[in-house]
Write a new protein. Structure first.
Length: 379
């Protein structure tokens, strides 16, 4: 049974047409760890057949047909989650511990993620745990070249599962892996044939460690520091930020303009400043913010960090942890994935709100006066 205040984790399973989503789902649903999982499948087309292919017990499989989750059946998804919750609370359905939403191959995952985060009633009962994207090892590279949806599916993923590895030639596979690494250096990559890919744990990518239920920030932010050590040649201290620095991964070589970078800030931040920074970012440039995850040390009580998780302009209700996880680095860490939003812009904005504006950039007071005018930073 769900404890009061505990939200049910929702995993999104995505990947381009034919990548192997249903195959993976069938495999992991056999794991007893996923026995109390409700599966929502979005089939694009008149007659849904995916529900016939996914072997799970009756009640907990819902199929949304005749439209794509990211557009026409979005309201249906929200209704489905509400109905599931109602069913569980009234005892009509057995308790569920997780929801997996399999999107159509052509879906942009962002609106699906937003549906889970953005509706107040849904967000009270469910939380977005993570996005797992299946990538076809044989066709993945050419699909990424041709389809923007596939690029986005990879960019927002927490975990990438490579299917059909045995069919791919080694050179092709190496090229695909390096492309995926460019697009999303923080997602962990799993071989679809491995034992790990057959377990329910690949669906768990949220803030809380699935075993201990204790917040595990480093895992959630994909161990930013380890990543730094591995790629330190790409990093430099930002000269205008005495206490803050950032790290970036240049993935702009193929023209999608997707960036993945992080901000690390050493001193606690005024809650109002964080609020305004996030508000400005999401209201003015929300569509360019593919994903943002952060843990923030706030000056009013640095012992209780704030957790932020957003997709474009929609954020989960901010959550204040009772304390820092054991052994965790206590600095503010933000991870951002953007499309068409220059890293320097975000860093300048952050610097302005945290009291370190560059000489030729507006400070917080100037931005509060006119939040949309950031001189020299036309988008
Ligand atoms: N050899 C091999 N075949 C696979 C693997 N994963 C999937 N397939 C095959 O690829 C085809 C498509 O797999 P599905 O699981 O239906 O793919 P999907 O992503 O759900 O497809 P759509 O729902 O159409 O987008 C099927 O014929 C699978 O048997 C794999 O890891 N190895």
């Amino acid at each position: 049974m769900q404890a009061p205040g505990e939200r049910i984790p929702v995993s999104i399973l995505t990947g381009f047409l034919g990548a192997g989503k249903s195959t993976l789902l069938n495999r992991i649903l056999r794991d007893p760890d996923l026995s109390d999982t409700a599966v929502i499948i979005n089939e694009f087309g008149e007659v849904g057949i995916d529900n016939l292919l996914v072997e799970t017990s009756g009640d907990s499989l819902v199929e949304l047909s005749n439209g794509c989750l990211c557009c026409t059946v979005r309201g249906e998804l929200i209704d489905t989650l509400a109905t599931l919750m109602d069913g569980v609370q009234t005892g009509r359905l057995k308790p569920i511990r997780r929801v997996v939403i399999e999107t159509t191959g052509l879906a942009d995952p962002a609106p699906v993620m937003q549906s889970v985060m953005g509706n107040p009633v849904i967000a009270q009962n469910f939380e977005l745990d993570g996005v797992v994207t299946v990538v076809d090892a044989v066709h993945g590279l050419s699909t990424l070249e041709r389809h923007g949806e596939a690029v986005k599916q990879v960019a927002v993923a927490d975990r990438l599962v490579l299917s059909k590895i045995s069919l791919a030639d080694p050179q092709q596979l190496a090229a695909l892996k390096s492309r995926l690494q460019e697009l999303n250096p923080r997602a962990s990559m799993v071989d679809g044939d491995s034992a790990e890919a057959g377990t329910g744990s690949i669906m768990a990518n949220g803030l809380y460690d699935p075993g201990s239920k204790i917040a595990d920030v480093d895992r959630w932010l994909r161990d930013e520091l380890a990543l730094d050590a591995a790629t330190s040649h790409e990093h430099h201290r930002h000269d205008h930020a005495q206490h803050g620095h950032h790290h970036h991964h240049d993935v702009n070589r193929h023209g999608e303009d997707i960036r993945s970078f992080s901000i690390i800030h050493d001193t606690p931040i005024d809650p109002m400043a964080v609020n305004m920074f996030v508000d400005l970012l999401r209201s003015a440039h929300g569509e360019k913010l593919l994903r943002m995850k952060a843990i923030v040390a706030l000056s009013d009580n640095p012992e209780r960090p704030l957790v932020l998780h957003g997709v474009q302009s929609i954020f989960h209700p901010p959550q204040r942890l009772p304390h820092w996880p054991e052994g965790s680095d206590r600095r503010t860490r933000m991870v951002l994935i953007t499309q068409g939003l220059p890293e320097a812009f975000v860093l300048d904005l952050f610097a302005a709100f945290t009291g370190q504006p560059r000489i030729d950039r507006p400070d917080r007071a100037a931005l509060e006066d006119n939040p949309l005018a950031v001189p020299g930073l036309r988008m």
